[in-house]
Design a protein around this ligand. Structure first.
Ligand SMILES: [Zn+2]
Length: 521
């Protein structure tokens, strides 16, 4: 039985029990021809109204106990495949932990044909794909999950040709001053699932508890469009939308009736620029030819070049999977997103961010097949590198729980000033301890959580103590924290301990909550 794309059901006419299925969202299976008892020739359906034929994604069921040999014909055998890439395989394509790769010794190439074998343990379906598949339903679920964060707002900024929502997440924290915009998008090209895993890693980090994420939220208005081409993804295309257009060749010619998602993105980007400015534009892809993770950037004024290359250098410093030296910084046709944005907004740093489908040739992970975890780690690295490169500061974060004292109060830490070396005005402050008593602020470079005299010790040893202080009439005290430039990028964890002889617990000890500080320029 064959269920090809678009739900078409065909019988092979041969007495074989196995079921081929490519009729699901993002599936691509064009034809199946049985050429032997356990051997099949497969073709991929070309992109809608276009000739691209590279993405495959199908399942086989009812083949328990058999080893099938599958040949994908007329397939573009590009560099990742000839250097040892193998198909992705999963028992559940919706579970990121269920994806693996076909063993290299089960895969061979001849001309434009890819042949691989799989032994089926039972009759349950097994899915095969060009890369770790990531469909529109998953993107929508991710967006719905991120939207529950108090820092995230979902907006529908457009509609695809087939009526699907183009979803944007705006992420920020606090309101203070007008914030420059950052724009990160993925999946203009439907096959490039790595970009979706990267945007998932970025988004989960961006709404998470780290001070780096808070720094980005507090200082920037981050816009993420996880899936720029939902129609193409659902259709199982390799590169095109439902009119056969390559969206990354439409940025100087988009219209609401040909490439409406690009058109909508350009309207949003114009609004950001007209507001408080577009600082960075990052268009995340996966590349079918090269064994590296890098950017295609732009070039312009000396000041822009310094900014443009500086961020890529910072990303390389933070994440060895990324290569600055293998990146290129040249301008090209404004059909391409990064060139279009550079042309429209010459002060914006603008990139096509590219990742491998297979492996990289440098660094600690050289030769190792890329994993979903490393695609996601790239997303975190993109966020963290923006923070360190832009020198962003985060308001210190309270953590842990204070011990209720003899006055029924919970002493609380917070900060005054900023954690920046240039301002150098940070003070750690406690309130609601016991007036008139002696206490001590202390810090360490790691947090912990352990019982301590009826409260919780929240700073791991070794701990550094400040001189003792006497608490004021509101149970308050404060200590100045000098910040020298060598501390930038490091973090410390603060807590306050004091005498509380009237506490019914009998320990005579009171202790505050914790305060995590990330030092910045
Ligand atoms: Zn691409």
């Amino acid at each position: 039985l064959i269920r090809a794309a678009l739900g078409l059901v065909l019988l092979t006419g041969l007495a074989s029990a196995q079921t081929f299925d490519g009729s699901f969202e993002s599936g691509n299976l064009g034809s199946v021809t049985q050429i032997g008892p356990d051997a099949f020739d497969l073709t991929m359906r070309p992109d809608t109204l276009a000739a691209n034929r590279q993405w495959f994604h199908f399942s086989i069921a009812d083949a328990g106990g058999r080893t099938l040999t599958l040949s994908v014909l007329d397939f573009d055998i590009s560099a990742p495949w000839t250097s040892g890439m193998t198909p992705c395989v999963s028992s559940n394509p919706n579970d990121e932990n269920a994806w693996a790769r076909v063993a290299p010794n089960q895969v061979s190439y001849s001309g434009n044909d890819l042949t691989f074998s799989w032994t089926f343990a039972d009759d349950l379906p097994v899915w095969f794909a060009y890369s770790f598949a990531y469909d529109h339903t998953r993107a929508r679920a991710l967006i719905a999950s991120v939207e529950t964060s108090p820092f995230a707002t979902r907006r529908v900024i457009g509609t695809t040709l087939l009526g699907r929502e183009l979803e944007l997440l705006e992420i920020t924290e606090g309101v203070a001053t007008p914030k420059p915009g950052v724009w990160i998008q993925a999946r203009q090209h439907p096959a490039e699932c790595g970009g979706s895993w990267t945007s998932e890693g970025l988004l989960e980090w961006l709404v998470g508890p780290s001070l780096e994420a808070r720094a980005l939220r507090e200082n920037m208005l981050v816009h993420v469009v996880p899936m720029m081409n939902p129609d193409g993804v659902v259709l199982g295309n390799y590169r095109r939308n439902s009119l056969g257009l390559d969206l990354n060749r439409e940025w100087d010619a988009s219209t609401p009736v040909t490439s409406p998602t690009v058109w909508a993105a350009l309207q949003e980007l114009a609004a950001i620029e007209a507001g408080s400015g577009l600082a960075a534009f990052i268009d995340v892809h996966t590349h079918s030819s090269f064994l590296k993770n890098w950017v295609y950037g732009v070039s312009g004024s000396p000041a822009l070049n310094q900014k443009e290359q500086g961020w890529a250098q910072e990303l390389e410093t933070l994440f060895s999977d990324f290569s600055f030296s293998m990146s290129s910084f040249t301008n090209g046709a404004t059909t391409v997103a990064k060139n279009s944005i550079h042309s429209l907004y010459p002060d914006t740093i603008s990139y096509t961010h590219e990742q491998t489908y297979h492996t990289i040739t440098y660094g600690p992970n050289a030769g190792a097949p890329i994993t979903i975890a490393r695609y996601k780690a790239m997303g975190v690295a993109i966020g963290e590198s923006l923070v360190s490169y832009l020198g962003l500061c985060a308001t210190p974060a309270v953590y842990g729980v204070a011990k209720t004292n003899s006055l029924g109060l919970m002493p609380a830490l917070h900060s005054n000033g900023t954690p920046g070396a240039s301002a150098n005005d940070l003070r750690v402050h406690v309130t609601s301890a016991v007036p008139g008593k002696l206490g001590v602020f202390y810090w360490g470079v790691a947090p912990k959580s352990a019982p301590f005299y009826g409260g919780t010790m929240l700073v791991a040893p070794p701990r550094v103590r400040f001189p003792p202080v006497t608490l004021g009439p509101a149970g308050e005290a404060e200590v100045a924290v000098p910040i020298d430039p060598a501390m930038v990028g490091t973090r410390r964890y603060y807590q306050f301990w004091y005498r509380d002889g009237a506490h019914p617990g009998g320990t005579g000890v009171g202790i505050s909550d914790g305060l995590e500080v990330l030092f910045c320029p």
